[in-house]
Write a protein that binds this ligand. Structure first.
Ligand code: G
Ligand code: G
Ligand code: NA
Ligand code: MN
Length: 253
């Protein structure tokens, strides 16, 4: 069983790692960066699911610790990549609780300086649910993140309690179309048109679109034809340990 004490030890004792999963830019046909995904390998339990330990962190006061760990570990990988001459834009996930955590923006700002990371190479992924949970605070944090110069992606777009209204106020730079729209988008004309409409809608607001969960070439080509900007999914690459990811980039770039 995993408990808060075990999670605290994992965070501070080096049992967490970062996997990176590539983004393919459909305009350049090149890998344009990666999403950082935290992993916990417990000696007794094996791999602990991220949704499980993120929730555990949220309910046991360890969210700030987890966020700090994720940001620092990811920035360290960016610094490693830079030493190999590789620019590595990354997206980092923040849970709903992490998003409104006091000190988040300051910590992010400090970590950017510490690791000498260009804010333009960092995107924060946050779900609609997280923003809506506390609309006023959500808007405030988003605007401060915008001032910091990091990108803001709305993760799992389209499956939460979406409201078009908040897109008027919030400076999102990227919309991640939820996997559920992408998987099976070719199964009916209506599914395809829904994806097309979401892409047009985002582009009208100068927001770029990332399609999640692309698993086959036909879907990728359909997304390209519909003017989608970026794709992510098992077809492009599964999440792999960061060092392995960077080594593979060193081979192709
Ligand atoms: O590949 P996968 O099973 O890792 O991801 C499961 C979920 O865990 C995703 O929804 C992802 O957003 C979330 N997740 C992965 N790493 C982190 C992290 O460092 N912090 C937070 N808050 N969520 C994460
Ligand atoms: O909630 P978020 O979108 O951050 O979740 C990322 C999760 O999606 C991770 O668990 C990752 O492993 C998973 N994932 C990434 N690409 C694919 C894919 O092509 N198919 C499926 N089924 N899952 C994917
Ligand atoms: Na994500
Ligand atoms: Mn998502």
């Amino acid at each position: 069983d995993v408990d808060p004490a075990a999670l605290r030890d994992a965070i501070h004792g080096g049992a967490l790692t970062v996997d990176l999963q590539p983004f393919l830019d459909l305009r350049t046909n090149r890998i344009a960066g990666a999403e950082a995904l935290a992993r916990w390998h417990d000696p007794g339990q094996g791999a602990v699911s991220p949704s499980l330990f993120v929730e555990l962190a949220e309910t046991s006061g360890l969210v700030a610790d987890l966020t700090r760990w994720s940001v620092n570990a990811t920035f360290k990988h960016i610094a490693d990549a830079r030493r190999l001459g590789i620019a590595l834009p990354v997206s980092i996930n923040l849970s709903a609780v992490a998003f409104v955590e006091r000190g988040l923006v300051e910590h992010l700002s400090d970590a950017l300086s510490l690791w000498d990371v260009d804010p333009g190479e960092v995107t924060i992924e946050v779900t609609e649910t997280a923003i809506i949970a506390d609309l006023e605070r959500g808007a405030h944090i988003l605007s401060r993140l915008g001032e910091l110069g990091v990108g803001i992606a709305i993760d799992d777009f389209g499956v939460g309690n979406s409201s078009f209204a908040y897109l008027r106020e919030f400076p999102a730079t990227e919309l991640k179309m939820d996997r559920s729209f992408v998987t099976g988008m070719l199964s009916s004309p209506r599914s395809t048109r829904l994806v097309e409409a979401m892409i047009h809608f985002a582009h009208h607001l100068d927001i770029r679109v990332v399609a999640e969960g692309v698993e086959d070439a036909a879907t990728l080509e359909a997304l390209r034809a519909l003017d989608c900007d970026v794709v992510q999914g098992y077809l492009i690459g599964r999440p792999v340990p960061a060092a392995e990811f960077i080594a593979s980039l060193a081979g192709v770039m």
